[in-house]
Design a protein around this ligand. Structure first.
Ligand code: CO8
Length: 260
């Protein structure tokens, strides 16, 4: 698929996906979502890639939301369809068995905040701002925001942000646990790459299984969740990386993981 609204770059083990619609502050229309979906599928199938970073081009905006001009003429059927497309694409980001780091370089509003929340780890630049301003447009968050925000920051805070449409800065996002770290804008991508490198040095299948266990377990009751964890632990024991990791410890050397 030819990409017109995103850029997908690969550096060794790392995929960097940049939303690239500068004329609309990187807002998400249907084409951009379909490209994002294709890129995630590509990364999923590329065994060289261990970690993905999602960011926005430019220095002002990560993603300023779903494209309002695109949504303005929506019928109920079209609205429901577009919401479901966004939900599906963001779920694919969430379910990708490789870590996804959001490098949030500016506006993360509406669908932008929702995209960031579908990533595993969120790093923000000092100029980043967050919010779910949808109710000010007569709609509600429709790319998973009503579900992921309360799971991430708690019901009370999520309801306040969603009902008021308040915009919060990066420090406040850090304080309430919406982002893991805040960096100066010019250091953001380097810090995201450093984090990616640290993760890429670990056993990739184990990292993927840990992501699976956390994501699936969080949606299940505790006994089912423990079963998911032990299943994934068992699966790790089928990998040669487990023999390598433990063998290296015993032999007092650094492990060399192959993702097998
Ligand atoms: N959609 C479409 N165009 C946008 C968007 C957007 N979300 N955000 C910015 N743009 C466009 C502007 O219209 C403007 O275009 P033009 O130059 O042609 O007039 C250009 O980007 C630059 O924007 P501004 O001039 O407004 O730049 P400022 O620096 O003054 O302001 C802001 C930047 C604060 C980001 C401002 O543009 C803004 O408030 N944007 C809208 C933010 C917003 O409300 N986002 C939520 C959208 S709703 C949503 O995301 C719902 C998700 C679920 C959908 C479910 C499917 C049905």
């Amino acid at each position: 698929m030819e990409f017109n609204n995103i850029i997908l770059e690969k550096e060794d083990y790392l995929a960097i996906l940049s939303i690239n619609r500068p004329k609309a502050m990187n807002a998400l229309n249907a084409d951009t979502l379909y490209e994002l979906e294709a890129a995630v599928k590509d990364v999923k199938g590329d065994t060289n890639i261990k970690v993905m970073i999602i960011t926005g081009t430019g220095d002002k905006s990560f993603v300023a939301g779903a494209d309002i001009t695109f949504m303005l003429p929506f019928t109920p059927i079209e609205g429901r369809f577009f919401s479901a497309v966004g939900e599906r694409v963001m779920r694919q980001v969430e379910l990708l068995e490789k870590p996804v780091i959001a490098a949030i370089n500016g506006f993360a509003l509406g669908g932008g905040c929702e995209l960031a929340m579908s990533c595993d780890i969120r790093l923000a630049s000092e100029n980043a701002v967050f919010g779910q301003p949808e109710v000010g447009l007569g709609i509600i968050p429709g790319f998973g925001g009503t579900q992921r925000l309360p799971r991430l920051i708690g019901e009370g805070r999520a309801k306040e942000l969603t009902f008021t449409g308040d915009i919060i800065n990066a420090q406040e996002a850090y304080r309430i646990g919406l982002v893991n770290h805040v960096y100066p804008l010019d250091q953001l991508i380097e810090e995201a790459k450093k984090l990616a490198q640290k993760i890429a040095g670990k056993a990739p299948l184990a990292v993927g299984y840990a992501k699976y266990a956390i994501n699936k377990g969080l949606q299940a009751d505790i006994d089912t969740a423990m079963g998911i964890e032990s299943d994934m632990f068992g699966l790790c024991c089928a990998t040669s990386d487990k023999a390598e990791g433990m063998g290296a410890f015993v032999e007092k050397r650094k492990p060399k993981f192959e993702g097998k």
